[in-house]
Design a protein around this ligand. Sequence first.
Ligand code: 3HC
Length: 292
Amino acid sequence: MAAIKTVGVIGSGQMGNGIAHVAALAGFNVVLYDVSADRLKSAMATINGNLTRQVAKKTITEDAHKKALTRITSSDSLDGLAACDLVIETAVEKEEIKRKIFHDLCAVLKPEAIIASNTSSISITRLAATTDRPEKFIGIHFMNPVPVMELAELIRGIATDDATFDAAREFVTAMGKQIAVSEDFPAFIVNRILLPMINEAIYTLYEGVGNVEAIDAAMKLGAHHPMGPLELADFIGLDTCLSIMQVLHEGLADSKYRPCPLLVKYVEAGWLGRKSQRGFYDYRGDKPVPTR
Ligand code: 3HC
């Protein structure tokens, strides 16, 4: 299989812009796709801001910053991805949306190109089956924030061939990430363990065992987690947390994965965490204030 040189990233949100940032720093040409020019503009500003912070902290040089930016182009049409050797999809955790993207993507992509999904939980085998190339389809699951976290999970679908797996492994290694290989089970490894912990923290709040501050302090100071579970839920996005719990609940058919009703209520209220300015904390003031 030809080496990967040009990488497409579908979706310019927190995962997509992070992947574009790290891939460009690692020397890949990147085409960042999103449906609106405004979103792309804001993603490019985020990438530039995060690169500037890395220069200020001397983790990269000014030259690396400039070169990375020149390697990223943006496109609000899927046609812009036609020349890519690998395309990574980072759309929302809604299977029907991902299916539609893959359908449209296959029509423009060259036949030898690899398609990867950054899905947090959905079956790679099932997503692969919606494309014209299940043997060239793989799960590459990055962690947020992508420029900081050291890991990516690699997940083969039932049809993924060895050449695709090897090319994805090489690409992720070139991005400076360690790899954990996961079987294609609901939510893979990281989210299978992390999300039930977060869901349990929400039950702890729901049942009145502790308030937001106490629960987060307990896990930060008592278990040395870098963020408390409720702060982390807001960081991931409460809609994403709920989608992952639903995939675990449906996929493993075990009541221990039942999404906490309070999580459902927050999502129904549109309180999705940091991205909507309100979740378990209210982010609209100078500093986050617990909402319970
Ligand atoms: N982009 C780029 N760099 C960032 C960043 C971002 N969004 N946020 C923080 N950083 C960098 C900072 O520049 C800093 O760099 P330095 O080490 O070179 O100085 C470093 O990260 C630490 O940042 P801060 O000092 O500002 O803040 P903290 O020390 O509080 O660390 C954190 C921030 C790295 C986010 C830390 O709180 C953490 O590790 N939290 C847990 C994150 C986590 O669990 N992620 C996984 C979520 S699960 C997931 O992604 C899977 C998905 O499918 C749901």
